[in-house]
Design a protein. Structure first.
Length: 140
């Protein structure tokens, strides 16, 4: 009996891929693979971060669904992506025995801290908004 997975939840916060560079001679599939590998090496993509939806990657890199699935298969073979157990077509970064992680430089760490601080502030704002909505709803 085949295992049934649920639909990918809407609004899942996925990592952001840079997409192909203008005037690049590199094939978009190779660019995608390199972007993920470099992101893992430089600790921009951490274990558990959600990979974007296939359609998003198709648009970002100008690839077909078949090409994106092939790239995903290669990243899974390299132990850089894993299929989520509960949700169909949902992959996440899973740094296994693939690319060894390089220690980030001070400037990379500073950029990561800045990015994390911005994300934390955004989450804090969302929580405050939700709390005010709940309080407003309870008063009504």
């Amino acid at each position: 009996m085949a295992e049934t997975r649920r639909e990918r939840p809407p609004g899942l916060d996925a990592l952001s891929l840079p997409g192909p560079q203008p005037n690049s001679q590199e094939h978009p599939v190779e660019r995608l693979l390199g972007d993920v590998r470099r992101g893992v090496e430089q600790a921009r993509y951490l274990r558990g971060m959600v990979f974007p939806e296939i359609a998003v990657v198709e648009r970002s890199y100008g690839l077909s669904e078949k090409e994106v699935r092939s790239a995903i298969r290669r990243l899974r073979d390299e132990d850089l992506l894993q299929l989520h157990d509960d949700y169909q077509d949902t992959y996440f970064i899973d740094v296994g025995r693939g690319i060894p992680r390089q220690e980030p430089t001070d400037s990379e760490l500073a950029a990561q801290v800045t990015d994390l601080a911005a994300r934390l502030q955004e989450l804090s704002n969302r929580v405050q908004t939700l709390e005010s909505l709940v309080r407003g709803h309870d008063d009504g």
